[in-house]
Design a protein around this ligand. Sequence first.
Ligand code: T5A
Ligand code: NA
Length: 213
Amino acid sequence: LRGSSSNSRGALVVLEGLDRCGKTTQSSRLVQYLEGLGHSAELWRFPDRTTSVGQMISSYLSNESQLDDHTIHLLFSANRWEKRSLMETKLKGGTTLILDRYSYSGVAFSCAKGLGFEWCKAPEVGLLTPDLVLYLDISPERAAERGGYGCERYEQIEFQNKVAKCYQLLVDSKWQIIDACRPMEDIEKELQEIVLDCVKRCQNGEPLSHLWS
Ligand code: T5A
Ligand code: NA
């Protein structure tokens, strides 16, 4: 299955969407699927709550600590920067990374609080650009019907509506909008096809680029 080009690399695939849209469910299924085909693949989540920065973020999200909006924004970004070089190493080594949230969450959630769009994008500049962004599209009302909604800071319908509007400002040619209100298995099938196609493109040597280009 390996491409013959010396530039062959893994794909950088991001799942984005509102809280409870199904990202974690689908990203872990995608990794299983790719591994089953013999590809090297890993699931990464942002925020990565295991690092010391990630622990500050986690405590903020669960309302155990308060932080200025700009401060938490920069922490989310720092949490991606601390994984950047490993990310590049993995991709160049041929491992496909399936990311459960990335810079787009960073911009959309902070922008929804009222921070400036360009200000929000600035600390993300220079991170790796995903080859594919899968936006799991669901209304906040439908998402709220799924288990556990309401425990964390951002899980309120009115706020999620603002987040959805901010996401729309970020859509570009790398995005695919997926109807996330369907049964899990239907979504899973659709994603498998799109992601496999992307993995093959990257094996053929599609170059890596940097945000926001
Ligand atoms: N954030 C994040 C920022 O503000 N800035 C940043 O830079 C970043 C990276 C934490 C929060 O941080 C914010 C965004 C978030 O508010 P998180 O830990 O990823 O981010 O939290 P959530 O997105 O809220 O994760 P969830 O686990 O809530 O949602 P998922 O992963 O989208 O959904 P999932 O797969 O866990 O599914 C949720 C429930 O729905 C069911 C599942 O079984 C589960 O019970 N479900 C379905 N039910 C019916 N039909 C389907 N198709 C279903 N798919 C899943
Ligand atoms: Na999740």
